[in-house]
Write a protein that binds this ligand. Sequence first.
Ligand SMILES: Cc1cc2nc3c(=O)[nH]c(=O)nc-3n(C[C@H](O)[C@H](O)[C@H](O)COP(=O)(O)OP(=O)(O)OC[C@H]3O[C@@H](n4cnc5c(N)ncnc54)[C@H](O)[C@@H]3O)c2cc1C
Length: 598
Amino acid sequence: MPVFDDGQTETEVPVGVVETDVLVVGSGPAGSAAALFLAELGIPNIMITKYRWTANTPRAHITNQRAMEIFRDMGIEDQVLADATDHALVGDTVFCTSIAGEEIGRIRTWGTSPAREADYQLASPCLTVDIPQTYLEPILVRNATVRGTQARFSTEYLSHTQDADGVDVRVLDRLTGSEYTIRARYLIGADGARSKVAADIGLPYQGRMDIAGSMNITFKADIAPYVGHRPSVLYWVVQPGSNVGGIGAGLVRMVRPWNEWLIVWGYDIDDEPPTVDEAAARQIVRNLLGMPELEVEITGTSLWGNNEMYATHLQQGRVFCAGDAIHRHPPSNGLGSNTSIQDSYNLAWKLAAVLRGQAAPSLLDTYSAERAPVAERIVKRANKSSREFVDIFVALGVTEAKNEAEMVEQIEERKANTPEGAAKRAALVAAMELKNYEFNAHGVELGQFYRSSAIVSDGSPPPVPTRDPDLYYQASTVPGSHLPHAWVGDNRRRFAMMDLAPYDRFTLITGIAGEAWAAAADKVAQELGVPLSTVVIGPGREVTDLYYDWAKVREVEEAGALLVRPDKHIAWRSGSLPADPARALHDALASVLGRNGV
Ligand SMILES: Cc1cc2nc3c(=O)[nH]c(=O)nc-3n(C[C@H](O)[C@H](O)[C@H](O)COP(=O)(O)OP(=O)(O)OC[C@H]3O[C@@H](n4cnc5c(N)ncnc54)[C@H](O)[C@@H]3O)c2cc1C
């Protein structure tokens, strides 16, 4: 028998306790992203997940600019785009009485309106796309394992104990029924909305779980002729008599254009959960589509609860939670998976810096300080958006209707040339306008501003919003803000500003008049033993401010400097070149890393 050496080493059979630096529980967006980021940074990690699969229903899909930027940073943007429905096809959210029936209205969403497109394009090199969770998770898991993550499916987290040096985690191999211990320096609980890790460390929460019930029906049917001309991800159907509990509204969501779909229904959480067999599911699909004869293949049904709950602290000792474990809310605004990925992006570089001895353990406390306010904001926004749907029903008058016939009458009244009809049309204008807070909430999507000891103030106050902070993102370089976007480059290449500040280091950005910062940064990198690069922007340097846009958004003099963290937030800035730039930079970076006085 020939023996082939394919360059792959055999996986060693563990003897005794399995050891790693970071154990990640969960392979959802938060867990698989955490594993990927740690692996990218060369940190040994194991990711376990209870089931034998990655996501088995489409769930998350709207993938916003910040998440896409993170994928760009990881070099996997192309892989995500290859499996995603393009930005141009996600925009026309439709309200109707059925897919084949009358339209009540449309709203251009996710930055596809001409009035909003500039805001979105000025803010980021990436645009919002649609990629169902069933497609995204395999990409994240695959890239994590390629870069070094040890992935264990059918492996359940049971319990843990922690001591001064690490965490002992008991896990169950669900294939063999055997239990074993994994010893990790740190543990990340990314185990979803019913997180056992969060419960075990007693995270404090505000809010309530299971405030409303929802049912998903997935199906296949080619309905391109009804939707191709108004491409969208979401078609909301207001249909008398079509409700399972609650009001007569269902969501028809595109999974793949235009032959795979997901219907979401509300049901009364205080009643027995509905049981829907295949025939009933087919009937619901045909009703909402308004196509009584349509051939439909039902591919699945499932139930889930809507929550309004967020953790106010995210860590206990060496154990952290991320994702739905710390923010639990309805899908409105499409924030769940996006925020989960960003949680992990915030945490992974800090763990790497502490594990490598580059930062003090106190850096890890800043995860909670920075991300808990984000969790609160998105949970409140998503629930408010969900409740604001009622305005559309109120505008239509269907909430007052006593029966199906009255509901139809109320919906019809919007067509009447009467004072009542005119009032209804005016109310619909206002109700549709309000939905911008769900579908074009750019400020909520991008406007995270961090306050913690990993941000060093330059004395400037936090930016004051000039427009509605939920709807509009405002770029700034005040420490705590995200690095503003601009295109830079030279005659051969074009870069987004974020491309100049990779995830594996701190980056100091300056202009030609600030070239003295480069030597200062080299000195500080040596002194602190921390990777730190300098980028000088200007003609004849690494990159040029091609459109002269960077000069307009950097908010510091050309001789000033911005210190950018691996997660692209501004750690510190200097408005001009001080007499001793090395001293100023040393003090700032040491402070960010919790190494004051070093
Ligand atoms: C219908 C619907 C539509 C949505 N649309 C969007 C959207 O458009 N955009 C968006 O950003 N978000 C959306 N979301 C929200 C999104 O799905 C969640 O926010 C996201 O899945 C959270 O990721 P997570 O990794 O924290 O948790 P999950 O995805 O729930 O993953 C939890 C992981 O933990 C594992 N696990 C659990 N317990 C254990 C255990 N004891 N041991 C080992 N492993 C365990 C599970 O196997 C799983 O891998 C939507 C949700 C729904 C229901």
